[in-house]
Design a protein around this ligand. Structure first.
Ligand code: 4AD
Ligand code: MG
Length: 447
């Protein structure tokens, strides 16, 4: 019996007879030859059926085999530079084929282009397409590389709760639910506050899970459910935080380049842009970023574009502003020291300049914009209580959080990284919705 191999291992089996278990992705007939592009989850390989090698009834079936039929194919592996696939350059000469199921002829996700809404309605099938397969393989490697770097650097993974008693990132994006006799509970917008408790026992921690924002914005960067990685570090200031971010991001990108090159190439990604992503990353203040934007605003002659670039010190950056900033650099850029008024309540004020806080966003190049947001946290109990009161947050729900500043408070910092945004940037995607298997947006919870 031939050995069952996965397509990724095919280069180790040249000249050998192997078995591939998978699905028909595409089929082309050339008289006595039928070319089947078969995908098995690990890759795509061309299998060639020759009329003379198979029983007439079998060859006849193969000639009419619909896309997505499930098959078990046995045959010898040959090297052939012209053969398509991932990795390309190999083909299997079909000696035996077992049709596990002949797929229905009405498969909706044929290989032609589909409209976005149609593709999203059929997301459960769209996932099988090569582009989607490649993006989600990159995503899995992004997640694995993230954990790998943190684990190697002494971080402890914690699971923070998803059902929470209060808002942490603004009250306008909360999903709420009735919680028995306890009143309302909210889906977590972040695990950060719990990690701030965790560092006092573990020093360096991270959580990596789904987070929820009832985002009213329908932009290409926003999901209502996304996966956020959140490290939190005791005895760490803003500079220390930026070092951790750039080291971790460098590891993630370099690991994707090492392990997911065929996927990136199949997506048509410009690899040279990614090879350049190595620490250190440039750092600029919000004030300097504001100057850059104002210069571009002044120079702009198109009235429509000029309107979009309008900018006054104190506002948060919009997507067009972030685009301008990131276009000045060929690496991700840190922008630090945002106005306190546009950031969350827990951020440490800048010394002698309370209108600015010790926050930092990491903006990805090529116009991708914010991929990480973080800050040094307020460590003084009175200052923190004041911020909670100023923002009219429910003091009772933050009692435990204020305790953290009473018993051994230390300077500490952390950040959140959006998995879908990082994956989209690395893959060169238009929209974050393709970087998660089943996207949730304001207009979509199906399938
Ligand atoms: O900047 P954000 O809102 O920061 C926090 O939630 C902090 N509590 C994190 C921390 O310091 N521990 O979100 C962090 C990152 C963003 O930079 C972005 O990459 C991603 O999470 N993100 C989203 N991704 C997709 N859809 C959304 N609606 C997102 N909102 C934030
Ligand atoms: Mg942010």
């Amino acid at each position: 019996m031939a050995e069952h191999i996965s397509v990724t291992q095919i280069s180790n089996h040249i000249g050998q007879e192997v078995t591939i278990k998978g699905w028909i992705y595409n089929r082309t007939d050339k008289g006595k030859l039928v070319f089947l592009l078969v995908r098995d989850g690990s890759g795509f390989v061309q299998c060639v059926a020759f009329k003379g090698d198979l029983e007439p009834e079998v060859f006849d079936k193969v000639m009419r085999l619909p896309q997505e039929s499930s098959v078990i194919i046995t045959g010898a592996v040959r090297e052939d530079k012209r053969a398509p696939g991932i990795p390309g350059g190999y083909e299997v000469g079909v000696k035996q084929i077992e049709i596990v199921q002949e797929a229905g002829l009405d498969y909706p996700m044929s290989l032609k282009d589909h409209g976005v809404d149609f593709a999203l309605d059929n997301r459960h099938l769209w996932l099988r397409m090569q582009s989607q397969w490649a993006i989600l393989r990159v995503r899995a490697t992004v997640m694995a590389a993230t954990r790998e770097w943190l684990d190697l650097n002494g971080f402890v993974e914690m699971s923070t709760p998803i059902l929470t008693p209060a808002a942490a990132e603004g009250t306008t994006t909360l999903f709420e639910t009735e919680y028995f006799d306890e009143g309302k509970a909210y889906l977590a917008q972040t695990g950060q506050l719990y990690n701030e408790a965790n560092i006092f026992s573990f020093g360096k921690v991270y959580c990596f899970g789904p987070t929820f924002r009832a985002e009213k914005s329908k932009t290409r960067r926003h999901l209502t459910e996304f996966w956020m990685l959140e490290p939190e570090i005791a005895f760490c200031d803003l500079d220390g935080l930026m070092e951790i971010e750039e080291q971790m991001l460098t590891h993630i990108v370099q690991r994707v380049l090492r392990d997911r090159m065929p996927e990136l190439k199949s997506l048509g990604r410009d690899i040279s842009k990614l090879e350049n992503i190595k620490a250190p990353f440039p750092r600029i203040s919000y004030d300097d970023a504001a100057k850059i934007i104002q210069e571009f605003h002044e120079k702009e002659t198109d009235p429509e574009k000029k309107e979009l670039l309008k900018f006054d010190w104190g506002i948060d950056f919009g997507a067009p502003h972030e685009t301008i900033i990131t276009q000045q650099f060929d690496k991700p850029v840190f922008v630090y020291g945002y106005p306190t008024a546009v950031k969350a309540f827990y951020m440490e004020p800048w010394p002698n300049r309370p209108e600015v806080c010790k926050s930092v966003d990491l903006l990805a190049p090529e116009g991708y914009g914010e991929i990480c947001g973080g800050s040094e946290r307020i460590s003084d109990p009175d200052a923190l209580l004041q911020r909670i009161r100023d923002q009219k947050l429910p003091e009772e729900a933050f009692k435990w959080y204020l305790d953290l500043r009473k018993y051994g408070s230390v300077p500490h910092s952390g950040f959140g990284m959006g998995t879908e945004r990082v994956t989209s940037w690395i893959c060169g995607n238009e929209h974050v919705r393709e970087a998660i298997a089943f996207p949730r947006t304001i207009k979509r919870v199906y399938p």
